[in-house]
Structure formats: structure tokens, C-alpha cells
Design a protein around this ligand. Structure first.
Ligand SMILES: [Zn+2]
Length: 383
């Protein structure tokens, strides 16, 4: 009953060979579902709510009562072109190898070993989704599954984000779109009445206000329930669009970016703070300023002394031989959705290179290591 490195390598490569940008994962979901079925799992392909991104739910039922434990991952990848998938000695190269089809291969391999082992309590469930990567996905499918879908569990492992560290907290994040506008049509610079609100100048004030607020936030880290640093909150702008001709008086300007906040803060509070920053600029410039703040993921945290967290940290020590440092992260992930649903959740996965970069890789030894940690974790939670 040992972890099979070649199975891990082959399944990762097979999954990577099926392109699956966010929102378009039906083919890879069907392939993954088939592979889970072959391991003896009961598999459902939930495609009614999200036909283009069916949710794969694979169950392995134990022979006596016990906890339901979920290994979760996403089958979608960022929609960035990548050279053709291949194996280079002990490494799988291809889009999605690191983020995070390798991890889903680990989950499948863990289930295979458990199925062979036979007797165990409770249930091992694999959940794979297709609407993870923002902005195309915001975890709508997982949110549905844990809400209306009625899915529940006792523990969850989101199989990414960190391997050699223990993520005890991460920030919440929203996308930001600000539209600054004035009434009327674009007009010649010289034929526009004096005092007409100028959207570009108002946008300049918005930029200055967000910069000043971010600088202020950088000097003081607010307390959060995780009592662990995740870094300072930020307002960030990545796009600015406005005006259409050098001597036309513009009517709109659009700013696009992100807002990241401390664990424990709610989106409503973030919205209020943002509105309070923008309202005076609208008043002062006469422009209309509309903010579209859309949640990417909530924040997440776990007490590192909680049962699941301790079990993961001990399992990692057993497999890797050293301690995981406790860390907080700025980046968001799907643990937040389980956390919101009240399911104790940890992050752990194989660590590859180049997630979202031009070249993505995952090493086979790392796949083996992560699978062993999952198996050790299951043993602890069953004990
Ligand atoms: Zn990912």
C-alpha cells in the first residue's frame, strides 16, 4: 500500500494534456471523474448548475461511522498559453501542472491507496471544481455546492497554496471597478462650458486618495483574529482608461484594480470604507463616481492548535522530517469558502513552480510527498 510515483506522474500529465481554462473544464472534469471511478470511488458529475464546469464529487465510503473528509481542488487553469505538456526526467511541464492538476492527481492517488487499504471509518471525498481562477471564476461552483447544493463535511483540505509552510491565515480580496463620469457627450475642449466636471482630473484625485490610504495602511497592521501577520491591507490599481481624443473633453474614466483586507473583516465594511473615500471626491469635482466592488474570496484563518491543523502539522513533520513554519498570506483561495460554510479547513499541496507564469512545472517527488502527507493526515483524523 505505497504511493505510486509513476501513477502520480502519468495522471498529472494526462490532466495537463486536456486544456481547461476557467469556465471551460467539462472535458477534463469527465476525464478526472472517470479516473476516480476506476479507483472504486462513487462519482457524481454535477452539471446542472454549471454545465460548462461540472463539479466532480468522488466518494469512498468507509465500513464504519466516522468523519467525512474532503480533498478539494480546481481543474481550471489561468487562460494563458503554454508550450505543449511534457515530462522532463522527474518533472511534469505544462499549464496547470503546478496550479493545480498535480494536486488533484495526489488526491486521486491518496484515494487509491485508501481504497486498497480497505477498512476505514467515515468517508473520503474528492471535490474538483472549474470556476476558481479570477476574474473568470470566483468559486461560484464551490459556493453553490456548499450552500444550495447541500454538501457538507467534517474536515476539508484545499490541496494548494502551500506545502512546506502552514497557512494559518490569508487576506480577503475583491476586484475593483470605478467609473468616474459627467453628464453629456464628449465636446471640443474649447466649446465645453467652464466648470464642467472633468472625469480625468477627478480620476487623478481618486488615484491620489487610494495611494494615500494605502500608504497609511502600510504603517500600521490591524489586529486580526488569526493574530498572525498577513501584511498590510491595500488598494491597488492595474488599469486606467479614459478619454478618446487629444482635444475632446472626456465624459468617463474607468479605474480597475484590487482591494485586499485583513482576516475577520467583512465585504460590507470594506465597501463602506471605500465609499467614504470616494464620496468627497465626487462632491468636490462634480463627477459621478460609481464603485463596483466584487468579492473574489473572503479572508480565511484557522487556529493552528485546532485538531485538523495539529493533525496536518504532525503529518507533515512525520513525512518531511521538519516543522512547517506558520505563515499568513496575501493571496486568496478556496479555503475561505469552506471556512464561511463552517467546515474546518487547511491548505496543503505539492509545491511546483511558475503558477500563472509562462512556464509551469511540478516535480514527481513533490507529488509523492504531498500524497504521503494526505495519507498520514487521514490516519490521524481516523484515529
Ligand atoms: Zn490554484
Amino acid at each position: 500500500m505505497s504511493v505510486d510515483a509513476s501513477r502520480l506522474r502519468d495522471l498529472t500529465l494526462e490532466l495537463v494534456q486536456v486544456e481547461s481554462p476557467t469556465g471551460d473544464t467539462a472535458a477534463v472534469a469527465r476525464l478526472y471523474a472517470r479516473r476516480l471511478e476506476e479507483l472504486g470511488m462513487e462519482v457524481e458529475l454535477l452539471d446542472e448548475q454549471f454545465p460548462r464546469t461540472p463539479i466532480v464529487v468522488g466518494r469512498l465510503r468507509g465500513d464504519r461511522p466516522g468523519p467525512t473528509i474532503v480533498l478539494n481542488g480546481h481543474l481550471d487553469t489561468v487562460p494563458i498559453p503554454h508550450e505543449a505538456p511534457r515530462i522532463e526526467s522527474e518533472t511534469i511541464v505544462g499549464r496547470g501542472s503546478a496550479d493545480m492538476k498535480g494536486a488533484l492527481a495526489c488526491a486521486a492517488e491518496a484515494a487509491r491507496v485508501v481504497a486498497e487499504r480497505g477498512s476505514f471509518p467515515g468517508e473520503l471525498v474528492i471535490v474538483a471544481i472549474g470556476l476558481h481562477e479570477a476574474p473568470g471564476g470566483r468559486g461560484e461552483d464551490l459556493t453553490w455546492l456548499l450552500g444550495e447544493g447541500g454538501f457538507t463535511a467534517d474536515y476539508a483540505v484545499v490541496c494548494e497554496l502551500a506545502g512546506d509552510s502552514f497557512v494559518a491565515a490569508h487576506m480577503g480580496q475583491a476586484t475593483v471597478e470605478i467609473e468616474v463620469s459627467r453628464p453629456g457627450m464628449p465636446t471640443h475642449e474649447l466649446q465645453t462650458p467652464k466648470g464642467t466636471p472633468h472625469p480625468l482630473l477627478a480620476a487623478g484625485k481618486v488615484i491620489a486618495a487610494l495611494e494615500a490610504r494605502t500608504a497609511e495602511l502600510a504603517t500600521s497592521e490591524h489586529a486580526n483574529p488569526a493574530e498572525l501577520s498577513v501584511g498590510a491591507e491595500t488598494y491597488f490599481l492595474g488599469e486606467l482608461h479614459g478619454g478618446d481624443f487629444y482635444n475632446r473633453f472626456p465624459t468617463t474614466c474607468r479605474l480597475v484594480g484590487t482591494r485586499r483586507w485583513q482576516p475577520g473583516k467583512q465585504l460590507a465594511e470594506v465597501q463602506e470604507e471605500f465609499d467614504a473615500l470616494l464620496a468627497p471626491i465626487a462632491g468636490e469635482t462634480g463627477c459621478t463616481i460609481e464603485l463596483d466592488l466584487r468579492l473574489v474570496r473572503d479572508s480565511y484563518w484557522i487556529d493552528p492548535e485546532e485538531k485538523l491543523a495539529v493533525a496536518l502539522r504532525e503529518s507533515y513533520r512525520e513525512v518531511a522530517g521538519n516543522e512547517q513554519p506558520l505563515i499568513g498570506m496575501k493571496v486568496v483561495a478556496d479555503g475561505a469558502i469552506f471556512h464561511q460554510a463552517g467546515i474546518p479547513t487547511v491548505y496543503h499541496g505539492p509545491v511546483g513552480t511558475g503558477a500563472h507564469a509562462d512556464v509551469e512545472t511540478m516535480g514527481v517527488p513533490e507529488l509523492v510527498r504531498a500524497t504521503r502527507v494526505y495519507l498520514a493526515l487521514l490516519e490521524r483524523l481516523w484515529a
